[in-house]
Design a protein around this ligand. Structure first.
Ligand code: 13P
Length: 255
């Protein structure tokens, strides 16, 4: 049984998509449906959409999130956005270390660690992404990769500070490919991740921390993924861009 300590979280990661008017329309529809969701709902939107989506979500329980941040609070860092700026703009959450940032922009665990620290310090909930590539899975390196990413990205926190964080297990081979991890593969990885959290931060933190699955989550597979005892939610890319599919995911039913 999934622990009642962990409220499911259904988070949309819009990535670099949608115009402002499309963003507002979708956010309004999500906000209207939030009352019938099976858990907490969040939308992680492009920086340019934060203000407009925040206004559209006003008065609803849907939490606003960004997709990245920089770890310094302010200063001469052209092009960057800080955690206090995200809070000021109405964000409650931020995605950290997404595999697209790791792969396309060279982010490593040290940066993930600094960004996670900055998010926590500002009062944001970081959604820290980890996951192995296809090569790594096929060469039996999945557990080593996850262990390294967790140890590096989450090192040096007080358990009380880290308890707000959320982990997203996103196998890179399942992102945007239509190839979802099977419920059993997801459960196996989530259980491993929880074991690593226990090793680093103790049983209490490990049992309380939400571990989301991400990678081709759809309206059709959300129920079976969410039925796994250690799958505490979903980080949804493509299927979060359409109201119909995201609303169905928000209303998942544990099979
Ligand atoms: P897809 O749902 O499009 O596979 O993307 C997953 C993801 O990267 C969410 O952060």
């Amino acid at each position: 049984m999934t622990s009642s300590l962990r409220r499911p979280l259904l988070a949309g990661n819009w990535k670099m998509n949608l115009t402002l008017s499309q963003s507002v329309d979708l956010a309004r529809t999500v906000a209207e449906a939030a009352g019938s969701a099976s858990g907490e709902v969040a939308l992680c939107v492009p920086f340019t959409a934060i203000a407009a989506v925040g206004a559209a979500l006003k008065g609803s329980s849907v939490r606003l999130g960004a997709q990245d941040l920089y770890w310094e609070a302010s200063g001469a860092y052209t092009g960057e956005v800080s955690a206090p700026m995200l809070v000021d703009a109405g964000c409650a959450m931020v995605v950290v270390g997404h595999s697209e940032r790791r792969k396309l922009f060279g982010e490593g665990d040290e940066w993930v660690n600094k960004k996670t620290a900055a998010a926590l310090k500002a009062g944001l909930t970081p959604i820290v992404c980890i996951g192995e590539t296809l090569d790594e899975r096929e060469s039996q390196k999945t557990w080593r990769v996850l262990e390294t990413q967790i140890a590096g990205g989450l090192k040096g926190f007080a358990p009380a500070d880290l308890s707000r964080a959320v982990i997203a297990y996103e196998p890179v081979w399942a992102i945007g490919t239509g190839k979802t991890a099977s419920p059993a593969q997801a459960q196996e990885a989530h259980l491993f991740v929880r074991g690593q959290l226990k090793k680093l931060y103790g049983e209490g933190l490990a049992q309380g921390m939400r571990i989301l699955y991400g990678g081709s989550v759809t309206a059709d597979n959300a129920d079976s993924l969410m039925a796994q005892p250690d799958v505490d939610g979903a980080l949804v890319g493509g299927a979060s861009l359409k109201a119909e599919s995201f609303l169905r995911i928000m209303r998942f039913q544990r099979a």
